[in-house]
Design a protein around this ligand. Sequence first.
Ligand SMILES: Cc1ncc(COP(=O)(O)O)c(C=O)c1O
Length: 392
Amino acid sequence: MATQFQLSKNSKGIKPTVMTNILKWVVQKGIISFAGGMPDPSLFPLQEITKASQKIAKETGPIALQYAPAQGHLGLKEYFADYFRERGIKVSPDDLVPISGVQQGIHLTCELFLNTGNSILITAPTYFGALQTFDAFLVNYLSIPLTEKGIDLKQLEHIFKTKKPKFFYVIPNFQNPSGITIPESQRPEIVRLAKQYKIPIIEDDVFGDLYFDKPIRPLKSYDPEQVVYLTSFSKTISSGFRLGFAVPPKKLTQKYILAKQLNDVGSSTYAQYIIHEICNNGTFKSLLVKLRKEYKKRRNALLKSLNNYCYDFCHWTNPQGGMFLWVYLDKKIDAESLLTVCAKQGLVFLPGSAFFPHGDGGKNELRLSFSNLSPDKIEKGIQLFSKIANSL
Ligand SMILES: Cc1ncc(COP(=O)(O)O)c(C=O)c1O
């Protein structure tokens, strides 16, 4: 919208995107939505949160509602330092910086690393929420294809060496949007190359807890000083609490804490108390077991339906965790045109172009989210998807 005021140059990068439409689609009654990337809210531990809240009101009192230092709740950080150590990341509680979700971690990272016009490296495709933030910093995009084989290490080295990106943003586990996991065999070399060419890795591990069969070592575990690790509770305990952790290299921890303080004073004190209680009483770990089982069931339903109804016009990834699967359509089917027809008949997904800088890519690709649909709805939706695609 035009305004009489002179906005900043960077504000030109702040534009509506596909994210703006998703919420609209997700809440429409009767629509089968493979579009949103949200957890199933019925799987949030509502009863346990209610109990924890009562306990905190009684035992901690109003202090849980007060401002608190940006450094965060010590007990919670102690718990998660142990938890991250179980995943191979050697950290102490002081290395953890509470953030209001990974989205804020990405934003703080941009504030700390970028000047206007700097080049950054992303995988193609990548998470559109990160692209939105990068756009607002008017970055110059360098990209490297992400396939089921992972990334081409020779190409990675070439980009590191010749283009010197300010950082490499990557979602190694059950990526949003593709569901792809970078093979463990590639991980030590990715981190080694980053170290050799002095390129920080920004590791977004928001789905790391939602593995279906076995946990996967984060990049951070190979060299903590080379990686800013970002994760949150959005896909497990509650997206609405807006809480997670950044674990930067030790030398940057203080900078992240200060940037966080400038940004919003500190993350919710109350949410930190609740999550601490949910972790201490064992709810968090049992919740993870339940979520892995439930989302795996939905992934299986989606794979089965795709195999049954869609084998003749597309192929797809095989996610080992998370909430998404990526479909490669026959070249003659344009994903955006397919979406337009599907939406009219009560079915939505996200077209691949949403996950490429400036919408430049993924024309015959699309993302299906399986997190928020029952197996029955998944089958019904994929039957309809197949019928429409075959009628084009
Ligand atoms: C890859 C990825 N990173 C970050 C986010 C944002 O997460 P948070 O709610 O922790 O800010 C999402 C949300 O879907 C995501 O898919």
